[in-house]
Design a protein around this ligand. Structure first.
Ligand code: BGC
Length: 776
């Protein structure tokens, strides 16, 4: 065992500083003089994505598993474990020490472009599935890095916006999944997010990185920045951010040490945690991945997590005797993963038609629409003719462009919608398979017989889809997020500007809002069914007393059907006596149960009383108030289910705030707190951005004259397309340093922008600029 304190004693100041920033983009710094090795980190979460400069392809092939959005639909931490373990092995085989996954941010809005990388709108579900995933990865000896801490719920302006969240929602919704993973699975690392949270960058947020993460939750691992997320690095170290990635300038840290704004003790703590991580990494063993086995796992997980949300007249499963028209280019080029840092170089991609051929199914295929070109009349006519002449149509629709860095519209492409309309007019037996990273508007769903939500299913999409369509597997996924009908009014300003995101709805996220406001949805959270017929006996509490912090809900499930099938029992709590506002329903427990035909099983599900808590902002603590709670044992969030009353002892002294926060007590279909109402909930002044121009200032906020304008012109070119201009303006100046602007020049610009420059300063600046241009 290396004595890390002793080792730190031998390091020079420069060496210490160098350990807190990367060596390039993917390694920690090695110090050969002292035999300190470097650690290697790489992306997930659907599979290993490594970037190796100078190698082609830049990331080696790896089995691409279903996206986390899809895995969450399994309501099964064990599936998370299996996938995590498989990806851990992929990492081992490439000597990767830390997998940069999973992402556990809450799905606040379906327009967020990274929702496919996240698990759920519910923190219990997101947290528990992530616990399985992290344990699976770490069972191989590879570390998992949970990201993006915290409140990263939009892509537009992701490096600059400020997520403004009241303390209660922050704790109950946005931090809760992180708390579960950190405390239950002990990930080796946590990655901060790009955005600000309540006025401070997450990369230098002491309350998040130290007070909550370490002091409250007991996290003793490594904190790492998201790539390029640091603003004031010295402040970040002092706040508890150990490692900055990728490699960046370090002189600001040295300056802060000299000026006394950062102490060597604080630096040593960060160095200790970097070294603790490096030395704690598992020794590299030669692991050879069994890609065939992993591909099979992908197929199994994908088939099991497919979500069947509509199946009129039991049109599914398809019968061997049915003559099928398969319509849609996605049947041959499936949308099975999202883009950006999660994008895997898959080993082999299954497509539906290949498996229909293998099974010798009686089908015809028409592309119907183009994915990357023009959809011609000929394509449409051919699809309609095929549809007319078959018993049933399988129509593949999809939103195939979800990617990190961009938000989404949540609407299917026009050519798909118009073709679907034509197809349903010639054949009433249409099954739609929807490939997408997150919900899309489904106002057309009434016109089709069945709707199977395929999300991004991983590289075995086609074979898994065959299994589900033909009943080899009964789909057992349940929605891990609400599929909206109409988006709530409080999200109207979702992408109004790149500066502020007002989380004005507080705790009313996803089904918490829709169930409280009684607002219709397309498909509720928890919704989905298989091909069997599982009935439930009456649920009861084994005793209406709390034992070791738990109560047990019991019920008997019986599979009356002729196929193996799965039920997901979901227990929602309603706090009947809380004086604070409270959503109508909160998921407090769930259990997936699989039964053979004819099988009956008594199921016992623990409800942790601690999970009935709300965050009391006056006490700054989670509190379970004494009083009555209703437990609804349900099939989905809108299900009336069986109702059980539970009485919990103890005081009930949460302050009633109805007088000042009235609008939060009875949210209705029009719920949209004003900024003033939200400010009352927020409880302190809303942060005002600093007027000082720094390298973190958004390009769009640079002064419109003088040196501000000149710097703007260095970045935004007259030839840029309007969307490029929007993107550039919503990014901080530092984002463009690597794109050709040297730090030296940026710093010189910033100095002049922030003062009234003298002639001497101006001349020095001109000389520098010329010198840099000559050196290009
Ligand atoms: C993403 C992270 C990712 C990192 C490294 C960032 O842009 O936000 O999720 O792990 O890049 O690729």
């Amino acid at each position: 065992m290396t004595d890390l304190h002793e080792l730190i004693g031998q390091l020079t100041l420069d060496e210490k500083i160098s350990l807190t920033t990367g060596d390039g983009a993917w390694h920690t710094r090695a110090i050969e003089r002292l035999g300190i090795p470097s650690a290697f980190v790489s992306d997930g979460p659907a599979g290993l994505r490594m970037e190796l400069d100078g190698c082609e392809p830049r990331t080696p092939p790896a089995v691409c598993m279903p996206s986390l959005a899809r895995i969450a639909c399994g309501f099964d931490p064990d599936l998370g474990y299996d996938v995590g373990e498989a990806i851990g092995k992929q990492c081992l085989s490439h000597k990767v020490d830390l997998l940069l996954a999973p992402g556990v941010n809450i799905k606040r809005d379906p327009r967020c472009g990274r929702n496919f990388e996240y698990l759920s709108e519910d923190p219990l579900l997101a947290g528990e599935v992530a616990v399985g995933y992290v344990k699976g990865v770490q069972s191989t000896g590879v570390g998992a890095c949970v990201k993006h801490f915290a409140a990263n719920n939009r892509e537009y302006g992701r490096l600059v916006y400020d997520s403004l969240i009241d303390e209660r929602a922050l704790r109950e919704i946005y931090l809760e999944a992180f708390r579960r993973v950190v405390t239950e699975a002990k990930p080796r690392a946590v990655m901060c997010s790009y955005n600000k949270v309540n006025g401070e960058y997450a990369s230098q947020h002491k309350q998040l990185l130290t007070d909550i993460l370490r002091n409250e939750w007991g996290f003793d691992g490594l904190t790492v920045s998201d790539w390029g997320a640091t603003d004031d690095r010295a402040k970040g170290i002092a706040a508890g951010l150990d490692l900055e990635m990728p490699q960046n300038r370090t002189y600001t840290v040295k300056r802060a040490l000299e000026e006394g704004t950062l102490t060597e003790q604080q630096l040593d703590e960060a160095v200790y945690r970097v070294l603790n991580f490096v030395y704690g990494s598992a020794p590299h063993v030669d692991e050879k991945v069994d890609v065939v086995k992993q591909h099979k796992l992908c197929r199994k997980v994908a088939a099991e997590t497919a979500v069947l949300v509509k199946n009129s007249c039991n049109i599914l499963p398809l019968k061997a005797t049915d003559k099928i028209a398969v319509i849609g280019a996605l049947a041959q080029k499936p949308a099975y993963q999202g883009g950006g840092s999660a994008c895997v170089n898959s080993v082999r991609v299954d497509c539906l038609t290949e498996f229909l051929d293998k099974a010798k199914v009686d089908y015809v295929y028409a592309e119907g629409y183009s994915l990357d070109g023009v959809t011609t009349d000929e394509m449409t006519e051919k699809a309609c003719t095929y549809a007319k002449n078959c018993d049933k149509v399988v129509f593949l629709a999809g939103d195939y462009k979800d990617s990190e860095g961009n938000d989404r519209t949540g609407v299917l492409p026009d050519e798909q919608l118009s073709l679907l309309e034509r197809i349903t007019s010639v054949n009433p037996n249409v099954v739609v398979v929807l490939q997408c990273g997150a919900p899309v508007a489904c106002d057309w769903a009434a016109s089709v017989k069945a709707l199977l939500l395929d999300y991004y299913a991983g590289e075995a999409e086609g074979s898994a889809l065959y299994d589900v369509l033909y009943g080899v597997v009964s789909p057992s996924g349940r929605l891990a997020e609400t599929w909206f009908d109409v988006l709530p009014r409080f999200t109207d300003d979702y992408a109004d500007n790149y500066r502020n995101c007002y989380y004005r709805e507080s705790v009313y996220v996803g089904y918490r809002y829709y169930t409280t406001a009684n607002k219709p949805v397309a498909f509720p959270f928890g919704w989905g069914f298989g091909y069997g017929d599982i009935t439930r006996g009456k649920a009861y509490l084994s005793q209406n007393i709390v034992n070791k912090g738990k109560v047990k809900v019991c019920l008997t499930l019986t599979n009356n059907g002729s196929v193996k099938d799965t039920d997901v029992v979901q227990i929602y709590a309603t706090n009947l006596d809380c004086r604070d506002f409270y959503p109508a329903k909160t998921l407090v427990a769930f259990k997936k149960v699989t039964l053979k035909p004819g099988q009956s099983k008594e199921v016992k599900i623990d409800v942790n009383v601690a999970d009935l808590a709300h965050f009391d902002v006056d006490k700054h603590a989670f509190v379970v108030n004494g009083g009555n709670y209703l437990l609804t044992v349900a099939r989905h969030a809108n299900d009336e289910g069986d109702k059980l009353t539970l009485t919990v002892g103890g005081s009930n002294d949460t302050v009633d705030k109805r007088a000042s926060l009235g609008c939060y007590y009875n949210p209705d279909g029009d719920f949209c707190p004003t900024t003033q109402q939200f400010a009352a909930l927020y409880g302190k002044d809303l942060p005002v951005p600093s007027t000082k121009v720094t390298s973190s200032t958004a390009v769009g906020d640079l002064p419109k004259k003088g040196y501000g304008k000149m710097l703007y012109d260095e970045i935004v070119k007259p030839t840029d397309s309007p969307s490029t201009v929007v993107w550039k303006e919503s990014n901080p100046v530092r984002q463009f340093v690597y794109g050709g602007l040297p730090w030296q020049l940026v710093d010189a610009y910033l100095e002049l922008i922030n003062c009234k420059p003298t002639l001497k300063q101006k001349m020095a600046f001109n000389r520098l600029k010329k010198q840099i241009e000559n050196n290009k």
